[in-house]
Write a protein that binds this ligand. Structure first.
Ligand SMILES: [Zn+2]
Ligand SMILES: [Zn+2]
Length: 181
């Protein structure tokens, strides 16, 4: 929830994996690695919490194929009041990191033999978060006129929340109730 947002996070460098041992092997060689990291800042726009799962790294003729499933709590914001919310997501990864580095794939193994999972995880985590996440089911949202967070207090704005279609219905009902007018 919102209170712990400013807790510390680990550097995304923890998601750089040394795959030198795989590059030295022939195609078909593979290794499974476990991912288990606390809160990590994947980019300026995305923190995730408790990233966990296991990934199979397979050497093939074009580089390293990364496959597996990860779960985490991805930071997003409440669709009504914009408060930060950690939302639990799971997603599959299946991506080729080319080696030698190539422009024919989105991701490449670095010349140093490291493969950086952070940009890939960031991409998938963002896609896995649905639209319309709420900080709580009954979030009251922001006042559309003054921006006051209505979970924290009220404001003095006039609030005409009636739906326009209902407004038409109300006019009709009033007319029916007063046929002489
Ligand atoms: Zn909210
Ligand atoms: Zn207001």
């Amino acid at each position: 929830m919102t209170g712990s947002y400013h807790q510390s996070f680990v550097n995304r460098r923890v998601l750089r994996v040394n795959v030198g041992f795989l590059l030295a092997q022939g195609a078909g060689y593979q290794r499974v690695i476990d991912i288990d990291v606390p809160r990590v800042r994947l980019d300026a726009d995305l923190d995730v919490d408790y990233l966990k799962g296991s990934l199979r790294l397979s050497r093939n003729s074009r580089g390293i194929l990364v496959q597996g499933e990860l779960e985490t709590d991805a930071l997003t914001e409440c669709a009504r009041c914009l408060a930060p919310v950690f939302y639990p997501v799971e997603f599959d990864l299946e991506e080729l990191f080319s080696y030698p580095p190539s422009t024919s794939t989105v991701y490449s193994v670095e010349e140093t033999g490291f493969l950086d999972l952070a940009p890939l995880v960031r991409e998938e985590a963002i896609l896995a978060v649905p639209m319309g996440v709420l900080c709580r089911p009954d979030c009251a949202g922001l006042c559309p006129q003054c921006g006051q967070n209505l979970n924290e207090g009220t404001c003095d704005c006039e609030r005409e929340t009636i739906d326009p279609r209902l407004a038409i219905l109300r006019t009709r009902l009033e007319r029916d109730n007063h046929p002489d007018e």
